[in-house]
Design a protein around this ligand. Structure first.
Ligand code: ADP
Ligand code: ADP
Length: 236
């Protein structure tokens, strides 16, 4: 079981080369930070895992299955996603947004909680408590929450299907430093408790040093460092 990049290259149709020759393997349970400046290729790398981008060369293999349009349906439930701008449905309730993590096809816009199966509601409630939101938040519209609270909802949603892998694309880019640390603590804790591996992109070296088990530093689409955070400090 692992998430593996084998010589992955990505060239966009306009000719931009976003990834060079990227190879690495992430074992279960590892908190792996993809570190790099804006434009380094972090989003492209993550998008090659969930099928939003397809490699121009090489391949991405998740638990022995290559990511292709044909295997995406099978792989999607194993991969949770946390986004920079949360990607929640603002007018829908906290509970409906979390349940949506288990029902990607269901529009949550107008759905009433009572329409969802009991097991899903119970799971969502438990996760919402895990991420530190009180039960009073369940019926509230996401739009009424702070950014940090919204990202807590995003984290709960990502774990609805007990994914083996969680992709987090700059999950704290829009949050203040204290909230950023709280959110990364939470993602790390939830993943560790469940044995999920995390691929988390960041541009802040201080947060990387604090939270990563392993750092993959990207520059111009290439890995310029792969190792433990303390080795990264020594290499600079
Ligand atoms: P920075 O301004 O952070 O030094 P760079 O463009 O030099 O940015 O590098 C991009 C990312 O790759 C950085 O976040 C940096 O941490 C990492 N990096 C660059 N060079 C090295 C290196 N020799 N060893 C380890 N990490 C590196
Ligand atoms: P990061 O997430 O590290 O900011 P990206 O993966 O978004 O990096 O971008 C890597 C490079 O690919 C950048 O030069 C960016 O401008 C380019 N790029 C990203 N998406 C596209 C796209 N859809 N079409 C063309 N170029 C793109």
């Amino acid at each position: 079981m692992s998430l593996r990049f084998e010589h992955v290259g990505k060239r966009y149709p306009d000719g931009t080369i976003a990834l060079g020759d990227v190879s690495f393997e992430v074992p279960p349970g590892q908190f792996c930070v993809i570190l790099g400046r804006s434009g380094a290729g972090k989003s492209t790398l993550l998008r090659c895992v969930n099928g939003l981008a397809s490699p121009s060369s090489g391949r991405v293999v998740v638990d022995g299955v290559e990511v292709t349009p044909a295997t995406l349906r099978q792989l999607r439930p194993r991969i949770g996603m946390i986004h920079q701008s949360f990607n929640l449905v603002p007018r829908a309730s906290v509970a409906a947004n979390v349940i949506a993590g288990a029902l990607p096809a269901v529009s949550t816009g107008r759905a009433l909680l009572g329409l969802f199966p009991r097991a899903l509601r119970d799971k969502a409630c438990a996760l919402i408590a895990d991420v530190g939101l009180g039960q009073e938040h369940l019926p509230r519209r996401v739009a009424a929450l702070s950014g940090g609270q919204q990202q807590r909802v995003g984290i709960a949603r990502a774990f609805m299907l007990d994914p083996a892998y969680v992709l987090a694309d700059e999950p704290v880019a829009s949050l203040d430093p204290q909230t950023s640390a709280d959110i990364l603590t939470l993602i790390r804790r939830e993943a560790k408790e469940r044995g999920a591996a995390v691929l988390c992109s960041l541009h802040q070296i201080d947060l990387t040093m604090r939270f990563a088990d392993r750092v993959l530093a990207l520059r111009d689409g290439r890995i310029v460092f792969d190792g433990a955070p303390d080795a990264l400090a020594q290499s600079r």
